[in-house]
Design a protein around this ligand. Sequence first.
Ligand code: FMN
Length: 194
Amino acid sequence: MKNDSPSYETQELRDFAETLQSRRTIELFLQTPVPDRLINDAIEAAVWAPNHHVTEPWHFYTLGDETKERCLDLCQDIVTHKVNEKAGEFKRQSWSEKPGWLVVTCRRSEDDLLQREDYAACCAAIQNLMLFLWKAGVGCKWSTGDITRDSRFLEIVGVDAATENVVGLIWYGYPKLTPTQSRRARAEVHTKTP
Ligand SMILES: Cc1cc2nc3c(=O)[nH]c(=O)nc-3n(C[C@H](O)[C@H](O)[C@H](O)COP(=O)(O)O)c2cc1C
């Protein structure tokens, strides 16, 4: 069936929808630092995500300057080997302009269903975190690029590969540029059954 157009009957709902719909992945950031207490608050908001078995499977790593520098070295190395030296230098430069770095992991489980549900909870937590920050004027980019699966990255961040999976590397900061193109549901996504 055709998607219904939204009605958003109250101002509160309109404001809430506006926050959800205006959030965009941010590529370019100002270098203005984001206060640590705002990140702490965002993590606190994140962990209110639904979590089927209340396993609290998430962990949040905020990276300090020394760690970021080691990540940049690694990023350059990965891209240099995958593409070439020039591309490695270019990538390092562009990543060095990402002001805030946060890594979110999910506890590993032997049980496939629990693993799936814990991963879902961690994704919901990341969305909570990103929306909370967005409302505070801070943009994010969620990345699952090559580096997030590289054992050297886990070692640099201090993630225990035996017990945790990386769900995302989240860059955050005040946006230098916010994409103006809004996303609309183009596909028909809603079926009402009798
Ligand atoms: C699980 C996940 C992984 C993502 N990984 C990447 C990534 O590695 N590189 C990237 O450029 N964008 C990544 N993104 C961001 C998406 O590309 C982005 O959300 C999408 O283009 C829609 O744009 P929007 O967030 O502005 O609506 C990821 C998003 C999610 C949810």
